[in-house]
Design a protein. Structure first.
Length: 265
C-alpha cells in the first residue's frame, strides 16, 4: 500500500477558487489478533507494518523477553519468532496475527493520536544506565538530517516522524499518522535487525508524552529529542528512569528536561 494518495480538491488562493490535486497521508486500520481474538485496533500509515506490530507487541509487553530492556534478550529463549507473525493485506484494512496469548490487562486510552492505546499503565520502568555523551553540534546536525528526510510530511503535512541514530548518522527513519506507531516501528525494526539501542538517540517530531517516554525507556534508549514539548508526567518518568529528554529543538536552541550531563558543548 502507498503511504499517500492523490485526491481532487478545491483550492482557495488569492481571492479565487480553483480545482487541483493534493497529496494526503494514507490511513488504514490495523487489527491485531492473538489466538483468533482481536486484542487491539490501530489506525496507521500502511508502511513498515511488521515492524509496527513487533514494536507495539514488545513495548506493550505482549512479547516477553528477558532482562530490563529488549536488548538484554540476546541470551534468553523466546517463545515466539517474527516469522510466525502473519500479516494479511485487505482492501481497507490490515490483519496481523501474533503467536502469543492475549493480554489479561485492560488497555488504557492514551493522549496519542490515531487511537493511542497502552497495556502498560502503572508498570515499573527500569533505570537506564548509559555512558553515552553527545555534543550539541551532533544533536543539531542529526536533527537537520532528520528534517530533510520528512518527505511524506512535506507532501502531506499529516504524519509524525521518528528516527533512531548513533552519533554519526540516522540508522532508521519511520513515518506514521500516529506518533506512537512511528516509535513502535523504530523499536520493531531495531529488534528485528538486532540493533543495540543503549547507545542511540531517538529523534521525534511530536509531543513527548508519558507513553512515548515509557516506550523509549523499555527499549533502553538513553536520549530522546523532539521539536515539540514534553508533558510533566513524561519529564517525571524520564528523571526517574535516568534518560535524557530534550524538547523544543528549534534552530540552534533546545531545552533539556532531565539528565543534562549526557549533552556536552
Amino acid at each position: 500500500m502507498d503511504s499517500s494518495a492523490r485526491i481532487n480538491i478545491v483550492e482557495y488562493r488569492n481571492w479565487s477558487f480553483s480545482e487541483t490535486e493534493d497529496s494526503v497521508a494514507s490511513e488504514r486500520r490495523l487489527r491485531v489478533f492473538s489466538a483468533d481474538k482481536e486484542i487491539i485496533s490501530l489506525l496507521c500509515t500502511p508502511t513498515m507494518v511488521k515492524e509496527l506490530v513487533v514494536g507495539f507487541a514488545l513495548s506493550e509487553g505482549l512479547l516477553k523477553v528477558g532482562g530490563d530492556s529488549f536488548r538484554d534478550s540476546a541470551a534468553s529463549s523466546l517463545s515466539w519468532c517474527s516469522e510466525r507473525i502473519e500479516i494479511f493485506w485487505k482492501d481497507e484494512e490490515i490483519e496481523a496475527h501474533l503467536p502469543v496469548d492475549a493480554p489479561q490487562a485492560m488497555a488504557t486510552l492514551t493522549s496519542g493520536c490515531a487511537k493511542g492505546v497502552t497495556f502498560i499503565s502503572g508498570e515499573e520502568l527500569p533505570e537506564i544506565h548509559s555512558n553515552l555523551k553527545v555534543s550539541v553540534h551532533t544533536i543539531l546536525e542529526l536533527f537537520r538530517e532528520f528534517h530533510k528526510k520528512s518527505e511524506l510530511f512535506m507532501s502531506t503535512g499529516g504524519v509524525h516522524n521518528v528516527a533512531l541514530c548513533d552519533e554519526k548518522e540516522i540508522i532508521v527513519f519511520a513515518e506514521d499518522i500516529g506518533r506512537h506507531n512511528a516509535v513502535d516501528k523504530i523499536i520493531g525494526y531495531a529488534f528485528l535487525e538486532n540493533i543495540e539501542m543503549s547507545d542511540k538517540l531517538l529523534l521525534l517530531s511530536g509531543r513527548l508524552s508519558s507513553e512515548i517516554a515509557s516506550k523509549a525507556i523499555k527499549a533502553g534508549i538513553p536520549i530522546i529529542v523532539s521539536r515539540a514539548a514534553p508533558t510533566d508526567m513524561a519529564v517525571e518518568i524520564a528523571r526517574k528512569s535516568n534518560i535524557t529528554m530534550i524538547g523544543f529543538l528549534r534552530g540552534q536552541r533546545f531545552n533539556i528536561y532531565s539528565q543534562a550531563g549526557r549533552i556536552i558543548n
